[in-house]
Design a protein around this ligand. Structure first.
Ligand code: DGL
Length: 272
């Protein structure tokens, strides 16, 4: 048993898709979330910049009492496959989104054609393809970067009837329809906020995999395997930190979180 918190980070509100699922699966756990809103987007930055941001995010979470760190950012999760973002970290339990989402997609596909959408950095890294091919070498993986999706989500343009969102989604998803993928990994944790629109374009027979939600399921398995679930019998606390305006962050959180939250939101400064 371990009553320390689960630490989660992303560049913005995307990682809340993981937090939502964590709270459904493990309502008694304390969660500390960092959204690096002052420096979002990460997905258009170089590997070296993303690496140094990630190390600062991890160091911030480790100033708190955390038992596990979840990288609820597809971009950092992809970069950390080739760069040691946890090299200064003492936290043993950690994971990014790539492995859990790749496993879920391999379990879901029937026609062995999997699509991956993500930030430019994620798609360029080929991270999902590498892991999927280790699990199922015969799968065809089709990747597409969707750079306009993060700003749309961060500004609240997520509805299925939003014309600008539909315009970009139609362009980005055309190749996925042409390649007839039956499973689509939302490889950036912001994208599940657009899943109604994405599903409308792809059709209901295509399975959407939320990388953030898969990470939360993986966290439950890992904590329970390591006998590190909390022993409390009451709802856990959710503390949210952002690096830019608290008001803006609060507005977005209220728009995007599934569950009603009564979370404390604070602005923090990261050590450079
Ligand atoms: N939510 C992020 C991801 O999963 C990052 C988006 C961004 O900062 O560009 O990739």
């Amino acid at each position: 048993m371990n009553n320390s918190a689960i630490g989660v980070f992303d560049s913005g509100v995307g990682g809340l898709t993981c937090v939502d699922e964590l709270r459904k699966l493990m309502p008694n756990e304390d969660i500390i979330y960092l959204g690096d809103t002052a420096r979002i987007p990460y997905g258009t930055k170089s590997k070296h910049t993303i690496y140094s941001y990630a190390k600062q995010d991890i160091a911030f979470l480790e100033q708190h009492d955390v038992k596990m760190i979840l990288v609820a950012c597809g971009t950092v999760s992809s970069v950390m496959m080739s760069m040691p973002v946890f090299e200064d970290s003492a936290t043993e339990l950690k994971s990014g989104v790539v492995l859990p989402a790749a496993h879920a997609a391999c379990a879901a596909t029937k026609n062995k054609r999997i699509g991956v959408i993500g930030t430019s950095a994620t798609i360029k890294s080929g991270s999902y393809g590498k892991v999927i091919h280790e699990i199922m070498p015969e799968v065809k993986v089709v990747g597409m970067a969707c750079p306009m999706f993060v700003p749309l989500v961060e500004n609240g343009y997520t509805s299925k009837d939003c014309e600008p969102a539909r315009f970009f989604a139609n362009q980005y998803l055309e190749i996925m329809k042409k390649e007839q993928v039956d499973t689509l990994i939302l490889g950036c944790t912001h994208y599940p906020h657009l899943s109604e629109l994405i599903s409308d374009i792809m059709g209901s027979e295509v399975t959407l995999i939320s990388s953030g939600a898969e990470l939360a399921k993986y966290a439950l398995k890992t904590l329970s395997y390591n006998d590190a679930l909390c022993g409390r019998d009451c709802p856990g606390e959710l503390k949210l930190f952002c690096t830019d305006s608290e008001e803006l962050f609060r507005e977005n959180v209220q728009k995007l979180m599934d569950t009603n939250i009564n979370a404390k939101i604070s602005k923090c400064t990261l050590k450079f």
